[in-house]
Each structure stands twice: as structure tokens, then as C-alpha cells.
Design a protein around this ligand. Structure first.
Ligand SMILES: CC(C)(COP(=O)(O)OP(=O)(O)OC[C@H]1O[C@@H](n2cnc3c(N)ncnc32)[C@H](O)[C@@H]1OP(=O)(O)O)[C@@H](O)C(=O)NCCC(=O)NCCS
Length: 186
């Protein structure tokens, strides 16, 4: 079962453990604290941590979000295995960070988090979701492309010489209403 919880500052050590494992030179505790505490002035943000006991929930199901922990057993000693941070402004949302603990990868947790992030963006009425990824990060690129993100731009030497940033965009598929269905009898 996958449990998702809106992150708060008490989750910072667990998030930093994920960050340092994935990106040794990555975001600082200060940067994550600001992310969690929504310190951006114009950007609405949401950071969600994920914990798993047993199997990861199938990625076509979005697990329930716990906005606060009901009891210590619910959250107190829970090990967080993943995190996603989303931002949203106007019609545009972005995946700012997504990390799954190395020991939990390739079990679908990244997909669960990405689905959550895109669902959240749609709930904000975002019309598109952007993200940026290193062209060397084959696993993340596959995850994004499997989910339907499309490559729209390349920023040459963005991270360092020879390491380009790929810019991806995902557009929610509009739900087709009855009136919009093509008339097949014509
Ligand atoms: C990118 C990242 C978040 C993916 O997380 P993940 O939990 O491994 O993602 P998923 O398990 O949903 O999908 C990854 C692969 O596992 C496969 N998979 C998913 N469920 C599976 C299962 N039950 N059994 C076997 N394989 C499975 C997927 O098909 C996918 O395979 P592919 O890479 O061959 O296409 C993770 O690799 C990570 O944290 N990387 C470091 C941080 C990073 O680079 N983040 C992105 C930039 S911010």
C-alpha cells in the first residue's frame, strides 16, 4: 500500500536523505524547507512524500492523501520512500523535483508520484505541466515519456558542458463530452 502525505517541516530529514542519495550536490536543507513552507511569492506549491508498506499501489490509482497524521502509527515512524514537489502559477504547473529511494525504484512509486503531481496540477486548472531533466537521466526520461510528457526544447550545456537540459511538457487530455463526439452517421 502506498501512503501519500503533504510534507511539512518534520519531514525535512527524510526528504534530505532522499535528496542526498539521489543528488549529492543537490538542493540544500534550506531550499527544501522553503519548498515545503511555500515560500515562493507567486508560485503555489505542493510537496508530497510517499511511504510504502508491502506493495506499491497500482499507478492507475491515486492513493489517499493524508493531510495530517491521525495517529503516531499512521505517520510517526513512517519511512518516506519518495517525494515530489510541484509548483503552479496561472495556467502552468511544473514538476520541480521527484525522487524515489534507490532501494524502492522500479516498483512503480515514481509513476504514482508523477500521477499525483499531474492530478494536482489539473485540480489547480493548470493547462500544461512542464519539467526539466538532464539528457543523461535515462530512467527519469523514460518515466516522463511513459506518462505522456513530450520533449519540446533542449537547453544546450545547461547543467555543465556536454550535459543538456531537456524540457518536457504534458497536456491533460480533455474529457470528451457527449456533444463533442463526432457524428458517425453523417
Ligand atoms: C526517476 C525516478 C523518480 C523513477 O522512480 P521509480 O519509482 O523507479 O519509477 P517507476 O518504478 O514508476 O518506473 C521506473 C521503471 O520501473 C518499471 N516498473 C514499474 N513498476 C514495476 C514493477 N512492479 N516491477 C518491475 N518494474 C517496474 C517501469 O516500467 C519503469 O521501467 P523502465 O525504466 O524500463 O521504463 C527514480 O529513478 C529516481 O528517484 N531517480 C533519481 C532522482 C531523479 O533523477 N529524479 C528526476 C529528476 S528531478
Amino acid at each position: 500500500m502506498t501512503v501519500l502525505s503533504v510534507a511539512d517541516l518534520k519531514d525535512l530529514p527524510a526528504i534530505m536523505a532522499l535528496e542526498v542519495e539521489a543528488f549529492p550536490q543537490g538542493w540544500s536543507p534550506q531550499a527544501w524547507a522553503e519548498e515545503i513552507a511555500h515560500h515562493h511569492v507567486i508560485l503555489a506549491q505542493r510537496t508530497v512524500v510517499a511511504g510504502v508498506s508491502g506493495d506499491v499501489s497500482p499507478d492507475n490509482e491515486t492513493p489517499e492523501i493524508m493531510t495530517e497524521c491521525g495517529s503516531p502509527e499512521d505517520c510517526g515512524d513512517r519511512v518516506w520512500n519518495g517525494v515530489i514537489s510541484m509548483g503552479w502559477v496561472g495556467e502552468t504547473a511544473e514538476v520541480r523535483r521527484i525522487i524515489v529511494a534507490q532501494s524502492m525504484r522500479k516498483q512503480g512509486l515514481g509513476s504514482v508520484l508523477l500521477k499525483y503531481g499531474c492530478d494536482w496540477a489539473m485540480a489547480q486548472k493548470a493547462e500544461e505541466v512542464f519539467l526539466e531533466v538532464s539528457d543523461e537521466n535515462a530512467t527519469a526520461i523514460r518515466l516522463y515519456e511513459n506518462w505522456g510528457f513530450e520533449l519540446i526544447a533542449t537547453r544546450k550545456d545547461y547543467y555543465r558542458p556536454g550535459d543538456d537540459a531537456l524540457v518536457y511538457r504534458w497536456v491533460p487530455v480533455p474529457v470528451q463530452t457527449h456533444e463533442e463526439e463526432p457524428c458517425l452517421n453523417r
